[in-house]
Design a protein around this ligand. Structure first.
Ligand SMILES: Nc1ncnc2c1ncn2[C@@H]1O[C@H](COP(=O)(O)OP(=O)(O)OP(=O)(O)O)[C@@H](O)[C@H]1O
Ligand SMILES: [Mg+2]
Length: 296
């Protein structure tokens, strides 16, 4: 929530809304070609079909269908309260932990409904990891223990824990900064380092999909760019879904962008398209108004 939507990388205010969205489109186009989404044999990806969510009688989300191809990064954007967090919590069955919460619809991981009867929810959460807005490492555990905590909890067998530890910290872009203090408490890391530690912790259980709910909103610009680099690196080996209020970030990291909106009723997915299209020629007027900063 706290990030500016209408600032260019130098931090200057954009003079016109048109300039803002055309610059976002060009950032996104520059990004194209850096990665080749979906070219690795990563499975079928994730698919939401007709997802609805309720909190008690409050219908928070209506009929969202979205396809996340394996190896792509999708940004979810939209004004506060339109259901972005609710939606991503339905994807790994976190939603059902909220008292009074209900959902309808299907979420297919590699073609199999994660809500099918008899599905082991713990296994689903290992395959679909999540990184939250506020970094949440275990502060009294060491850095190393944090990374391996998911492995321990799920009682997964690992041949060489030191190798896994290094691999996850390298992939999360934190290895160089912590390699000499793996035994130090995680609470002593900066906010940006803690967030990368949480990413490393998610990676240790080898998820197919990583859900990120505003992972940079509490971070300074330097840490934000570092996490965006991490997302770019990770996207060759997994499917990533990121909620962001920062249009520049959506333009920099994502292949596809989905715009959510609630117009007095439940939140809906208004439009999804390749990110450069969402910023240059959105089909829906409401998307255009939002990405050009006219509301939200
Ligand atoms: N735990 C909850 N209990 C009851 N209602 C909730 C709960 N969480 C969210 N809601 C409601 O569901 C709707 C969607 O909220 P959600 O948090 O998904 O929005 P969001 O798009 O993530 O917003 P933001 O950008 O502010 O994070 C809102 O009306 C919100 O008040
Ligand atoms: Mg949210």
């Amino acid at each position: 929530m706290s990030e500016n939507q209408n600032q260019n990388p130098e931090g200057e205010e954009m003079t016109t809304q048109a300039a803002a969205s055309s610059s976002l489109a060009s950032i996104s186009s520059e990004n194209l070609g850096k990665r080749a989404p979906g070219t690795k044999p990563l499975g079928a990806g994730l698919e939401a079909r007709g997802v609805h969510a309720w909190f008690g009688k409050h219908h928070a989300l209506a009929n969202v269908s979205l396809d996340f191809s394996a190896g792509t990064v999708t940004a979810l954007i939209g004004p506060s309260g339109c259901g972005k967090s609710t939606f991503i919590r339905t994807l790994n069955r976190m939603h059902e932990f909220i008292p009074s919460a209900a959902m309808a619809g299907e979420v297919l991981l590699d073609g199999k409904d994660v809500y099918a009867a008899g599905t082991d929810v713990t296994k689903i959460r290992l395959q679909i990891g999540m990184v939250f807005q506020k970094p949440n490492p275990f502060p009294s555990m060491t850095i190393g223990e944090n990374v391996l905590s998911g492995i321990k909890l799920a009682q997964l067998k690992v041949e060489n824990k030191d190798d896994l530890l290094e691999e996850c910290l390298v992939r999360a872009g934190l290895w160089k900064e912590v390699k000499d203090r793996l035994g130090a408490h995680a609470g002593g890391l900066s906010g940006g380092q803690q967030q990368r530690l949480c990413i490393a912790r998610s990676l240790a259980v080898k998820p197919k999909v990583l859900l990120m709910d505003e992972p940079c909103s509490a971070l300074d610009p330097g840490s934000t760019l570092r996490i965006e680099d991490t997302i770019n690196e990770l996207s060759s080996s997994m499917t990533i879904i990121i909620v962001t209020h920062n249009m520049q970030q959506a333009a920099r990291v994502s292949d596809y962008t989905a715009f959510f909106l609630s117009e007095g009723g439940p939140g809906q997915m208004i439009e999804v398209a390749p990110t450069s299209e969402i910023f240059s020629r959105p089909r829906d007027k409401r998307t255009e108004n939002y990405v050009s900063g006219r509301f939200g």
